[in-house]
Design a protein around this ligand. Structure first.
Ligand code: MUC
Ligand code: MG
Length: 373
């Protein structure tokens, strides 16, 4: 039997409605746009990948449109005709021919891994060395912009036993207003839930030094990306003085960023995201750097749909410790699904499927309905 080769890459931009507006420091989402990759192989196997960002170019340096164009125009010619079963060889060709573009790269690495895991009849976590857990705790982000609505939403999530960790998006308004909002939510939830915040780079170092202390006093346990992504030294100074743990998110845009931050002792916690580092294998490299440096881990999201969410979940499930749990709730923010079976969220956890590859399949009719022409 001849070894299978990659025959074709098919890319689709899918626009999906969200349950409510989602307010971040730099952008308010009124829907979410996914880029779906279908990697067709000569043995009839299809690998699925996803590259999803937030707010066009508001959050990161790749947009849905640039991801699709770059996959079609630059990634596909490097991959078509190559052996489909050798993920490392295919990704090395990408490394030699393409700089950056970690979101597009993540879709490719995911699709190659999904196809190979299906070929071998293994779930993706098993291809990555084996799962250590079957489920991952998932935080929910409260980002309606309204304190009362956020408290009601948190209470509903606790009643449903879906989430008991809450991340609050702050940084769009004055720190005093944000701190009052966060403190009111923590007071209402008490010890029934943990409260974390994500500032999405909005503060100066001076503001961060003051606000981190106030947030810790209010009972916040984790403060994500308080200052601009590129100032590693300033992040280290804020981390050293903050009574609550500081987490690096946007500061990590590639595996090498993870190393630079670890070397500078810039943050005691890293947010891992497959999109920021270039796929499930790439994100595990950052996790290894962090573990070696004694840095705590958190399983982050770019608010992907089911494909990107499960790709991350399979990788995260292989980690010996995910001290701060995950925020893999992206599919729950969407009102429409493009999968045959939705992901399973129960008892505060996302449960990993047992089927081969990612363990999901696309609903072609729904995909056609929500894809851009
Ligand atoms: C981010 O910066 O972490 C993840 C969850 C959420 O609400 O926003 C994202 C992006
Ligand atoms: Mg973040």
């Amino acid at each position: 039997m001849t070894a299978p080769v990659i025959e074709r890459l098919e890319t689709l931009i899918v626009d999906l409605p969200t349950i409510r507006p989602h307010k971040l420091a730099m952008h308010t989402m009124h829907g979410q746009t996914l880029v779906i990759l279908r990697l067709h192989c000569s043995d009839g196997i299809e690998g699925l990948g996803e590259a999803t960002t937030i707010g066009g170019l508001a959050y990161a340096s790749e947009s849905p449109e640039s991801i699709k164009t770059n996959l079609d125009r630059y990634f596909a010619p490097l991959l078509v005709g190559q052996p489909a079963g050798n993920v490392n060889a295919a990704m090395q060709r990408i490394d030699r021919g393409i700089r950056g573009n970690t979101f597009a790269r993540s879709a490719v690495e995911t699709a190659l891994l999904d196809a190979q895991a299906k070929r071998l009849g293994l779930p993706l976590a098993e291809l990555l060395g084996g799962r250590l857990v079957d489920g991952l705790e998932v935080a929910w982000t409260l980002a309606s912009g309204n304190t009362e609505k956020d408290i009601e939403e948190a209470e509903r999530m606790l009643d449903l036993r879906r989430h008991r960790h809450f991340k609050l998006k702050i940084g769009a308004r004055e720190p005093a207003g944000d701190i009052a909002h966060v403190a009111a939510i923590k007071r209402a939830l008490g010890d029934r839930a943990s409260v974390r915040v994500d500032v999405n780079q909005a503060w100066s170092e001076a503001t961060a030094l003051r606000a981190c202390a106030q947030l810790a006093d209010a009972g916040v346990e984790l403060i994500e990306q308080p200052i601009v992504r590129h100032d590693v030294q300033a992040l280290a100074r804020v981390s050293a003085r903050s009574p609550a743990a500081v987490m690096a998110d946007e500061s990590i845009e590639c595996v090498q960023d993870g190393f630079a931050l670890a070397r500078a002792a810039a943050a005691p916690v890293f947010a891992l995201k497959i999109a920021k580092t270039g796929g499930p294998l790439a994100v595990l490299r950052v996790a290894e750097i962090a573990r070696a440096a004694g840095i705590g881990l958190y399983g982050g999201t770019m608010l992907e749909g089911g494909i990107g969410t499960l790709a991350a979940a399979h990788a995260f499930a292989t980690l010996p410790a995910l001290e701060w749990h995950t925020e893999l709730f992206g599919p729950l923010l969407l009102t429409e699904d493009i999968l045959v079976e939705p992901l399973l969220y129960r008892d505060f956890k996302l449960h990993l499927p047992q089927g081969p590859g990612l363990g999901l399949s696309l609903d072609d009719e729904r995909l056609a309905r929500f894809s851009r022409a």
